[in-house]
Ligand binder design. Structure first.
Ligand SMILES: [Fe+2]
Length: 193
């Protein structure tokens, strides 16, 4: 069996240790955030990512889904200037780390009373520019959009659990104030070597 590159192998081992030592998802993902910060500063990972395929068309690379602890590690490869849609990740926690290039993370606040079917009124709360090495921790149901930068960009995502294929997640549009629930991105198994 082929081995992952050492930095990625260590990331998985350290996550498994944290999952077993810590009592709840928030504590595990706070530790996972720190571990992902180390991973996305790793030069061997950045070099490996140069050959990862584009995930255009609502895809995610699936690097690892832990059978024992449940966390999932995905990759996203965006083309220059990619416009991201506004969404949430349902009840899962997500740490989103930029490995190569730059992206911006837009965060939104929902200001309607959720009484109207298919309707959501959003306000832009913040926009954070991120370069390689930056990790954002996104709590459950937080509404956000990841926007591509001027060059190809690559992100590694740690999810407290896989969402795609299990539960629906929220999708929002500020044009017309629309809300609907959609399937998550298609997961494409991919081995980091
Ligand atoms: Fe997201």
């Amino acid at each position: 069996m082929s081995k992952h590159i050492p930095a990625f192998e260590k990331f998985i081992d350290d996550l498994r240790t944290a999952w077993k030592a810590l009592p709840d998802t928030e504590a595990r993902m706070t530790k996972g955030h720190q571990l992902l910060e180390e991973l996305v500063k790793d030069e061997s990972m950045r070099q490996a990512s140069k050959s990862w395929p584009s995930t255009e068309g609502r895809k995610n690379l699936l690097f690892h889904e832990d059978q024992e602890c449940g966390f999932a590690i995905n990759g996203v490869v965006r083309m220059p200037g990619r416009k991201g849609s506004i969404h949430d990740h349902a009840h899962a926690w997500t740490a989103y780390g930029i490995l190569d290039g730059s992206e911006s993370l837009e965060r939104f606040r929902r200001v309607d009373d959720r009484s109207k079917e298919g309707f959501a009124k959003l306000e832009l709360e913040s926009v954070t520019e991120g370069n390689a090495g930056k990790v954002d921790l996104v709590p459950p149901f937080d509404i956000h959009a990841e926007q591509g930068g001027p060059t190809r960009s690559v992100a590694v995502i740690l999810r407290s659990e896989r969402v795609a294929g299990k539960v629906l997640q929220g999708s929002y549009s500020t044009e017309g104030d629309l809300y609907r629930q959609i399937e998550g991105p298609t997961n494409i198994p991919y081995e980091i070597k």
